[in-house]
Write a protein of this length. Structure first.
Length: 157
């Protein structure tokens, strides 16, 4: 618990020192991806790309809304789902949780596959290689293995 509090104080003191508010940090475009295990691919993983955009942060209760676009490439074809999300930041633990509100667009997946929209628990980390930028790292609720993850960054690669 002490380490979590120290991590929180470090992250948010950095935000304050760089004149960034939590809204300034969250109300940016976030990009990254996720990996989960499967027996259906040669690599043993499903890999998707994520873009979190149109984020609106509410400083009064540390919640946010936005749009999460997920792209899944299978055999050279891209399939996309776009959902409205809501999230809550836990300042004390430097973490957040993202939940899907509703689906805006969803391509039909082939071969009996289907989209899963689960809650995602994330830890907020400062990007040591890019001052003033952050990344969110964690897992969705059904992931249990260390090699299954969700990772997005607000650094504009």
């Amino acid at each position: 618990m002490r380490k979590q509090i120290l991590l929180f104080l470090f992250i948010f003191s950095t935000i304050l020192l760089s004149a960034q508010s939590a809204a300034d940090v969250f109300e940016t475009r976030w990009e990254g991806g996720a990996q989960s295990r499967t027996d259906l691919t040669e690599s043993g993983y499903f890999v998707v790309q994520h873009v979190l955009s149109d984020v609106d942060y509410n400083s009064s209760d540390d919640t946010f809304t936005g749009k999460l676009t997920t792209t899944f490439n299978l055999d050279g074809s891209n399939y996309i789902t776009k959902t409205e999300i809501k999230g809550r930041v836990n300042i004390e633990s430097a973490s957040c949780k993202i939940s899907h509100s509703w689906t805006l667009r969803e391509d039909q997946l082939p071969g009996g596959l289907y989209w899963i929209h689960e809650d995602i628990s994330l830890t907020i980390y400062q990007d040591d290689e890019h001052s003033g930028y952050y990344y969110l790292y964690g897992q969705s609720e059904s992931k249990y293995y260390d090699d299954e993850y969700f990772l997005i960054s607000n650094y504009p690669y």
